[in-house]
Design a protein around this ligand. Structure first.
Ligand SMILES: NC(=O)c1ccc[n+]([C@@H]2O[C@H](COP(=O)([O-])OP(=O)(O)OC[C@H]3O[C@@H](n4cnc5c(N)ncnc54)[C@H](O)[C@@H]3O)[C@@H](O)[C@H]2O)c1
Length: 370
């Protein structure tokens, strides 16, 4: 395996390795063999990958003597639903899945979240492996064991913590992604620099164009750095009772916007997070926690990537009351107070779990959100 990096997530019995490299397809069967109890694999696959990534992966399994069943899931956030959950579980059961079998998630964060949840509940939990195919999933959703579906009240409100046996991240898969998807992944990568590592933030400022052009060495470095930072946080707080919430920087505002705009594809997860990060940055500036030049540095980097930095940058409308209403379903909200992840400086985030609704509305007024 040329250039392959390995990151270990240390979680006692749930520890696992993340493999990061290029052209790993032929290696996948040997990486996952140690976890297999019989030679049948169930791949839960984004339907859009049926002709571009799946065939090669299927062939490598067949060459290695594995039997394969593929369950296709419709592309898009709407598949993180009870309907898809039920349909996919029925399909797996109808096709003979057993307790000792293995599920592979092949796709972006939507597939990883759905397949992970299915793996955690079918037969009360079976082997699960992540093969993420979007940049966003490679740097974020495939690592850390959060699984979820959405319900009408909000995003990710039903799910489980369920760690994969391993994660195999192949940057060669990213060449078929749209520019928009790449930017969404860069949004989550920038988040790691902002919340925890000033040097990495500076490196990103220097290398953002190389990343956007999919320079493989830069990608492997940025994915390794992002996954290592996530690993460090998850190892200390697997079930999010403390510092893991720092990873939600930009997500309190972001999830509310994503929920409102997701139906017609106006806003993707990484774009919603980008706007959310800008709002959390400005909020930090307004309360005097973050210096203005650092606020500008963050907003400039997000804007240089070509991500939206305000709801005025997107098509569609939402009022401040609608955003606040959607924020009520944030998992971190408690005792009618909102939790925001804010910044003292670039590389140092903190959790404020005592933000009133009035403070949020005042902030939106300053942002000229009607
Ligand atoms: N579990 C977690 O910790 C966690 C963290 C962050 C985000 N998430 C979740 O992840 C989801 C967003 O993930 P996403 O941005 O990967 O979305 P996604 O899974 O919808 O993928 C985005 C698009 O890329 C396409 N695609 C996937 N791989 C491709 C490839 N290699 N080439 C071409 N097209 C490809 C998909 O068909 C889809 O259209 C959200 O639901 C979010 O809530 C979860």
């Amino acid at each position: 395996m040329t250039k392959t990096k390995t990151i270990k997530i240390n979680l006692d019995k749930n520890s696992y390795d993340i493999y990061i490299g290029e052209n790993l397809t032929s290696e996948i069967p040997s990486i996952i063999s140690p976890f297999m109890k019989r030679n049948k694999i169930f791949i839960i696959c984004d339907e859009s990958l049926g002709s571009i990534i799946l065939p090669e992966i299927k062939n490598s399994f067949i060459d290695a003597g594995f039997e394969i069943f593929v369950s296709f899931v419709q592309t898009g956030e709407n598949s993180k639903s009870f309907e898809s959950l039920e349909f996919t579980i029925s399909e797996l059961l109808d096709n003979g899945i057993e307790r000792n079998d293995t599920i592979i998630a092949l796709g972006g964060g939507v597939i990883g979240d759905l397949a992970g949840f299915i793996s955690s509940i079918i037969y009360r939990g079976i082997n699960f492996i992540q093969v993420p195919t979007t940049l966003l999933a490679q740097v974020d959703s495939s690592v850390g064991g959060k699984t979820a579906i959405n319900v009408k009240q909000g995003k990710n409100l039903v799910g489980s913590f369920y760690q994969p046996k391993t994660v195999i991240t192949d940057v060669s898969f990213l060449s078929s992604l749209s520019e928009r998807e790449i930017k969404c992944g860069l949004s989550e990568i920038v988040k790691y620099g902002i919340i925890g590592d000033r040097d990495f933030f500076n490196w990103l400022k220097e290398n953002i164009d190389n990343l956007a052009k999919l320079d493989q060495d830069c990608l492997i470095y940025a994915i390794e750095k992002s996954c290592s930072m996530k690993a460090n946080i998850v190892q200390k707080d697997e079930k999010e009772s403390g510092d893991r919430a720092l990873l939600n920087f930009g997500h309190t505002f972001g999830h509310a916007l994503e929920k409102h705009f997701t139906k017609n594809g106006v806003l993707m997860h990484g774009e919603a997070v980008a706007i959310g990060m800008v709002y959390a940055t400005k909020f930090s500036g307004n309360i005097g926690a973050l210096k203005k030049d650092e606020c500008d540095e963050i907003i400039n980097l997000i804007s240089d990537i070509g991500l939206p930095i305000s709801i005025n940058d997107i098509k569609g409308e939402i009022t401040k009351e609608e955003i606040l209403n959607l924020m009520m379903y944030d998992k971190k909200r408690a005792n009618q107070r909102n939790t925001l992840i804010l910044l003292n400086k670039i590389g140092e985030a903190f959790i404020n779990n005592n933000v009133s609704d009035k403070e949020i509305i005042d902030f939106f007024n300053m942002e000229n959100i009607q």
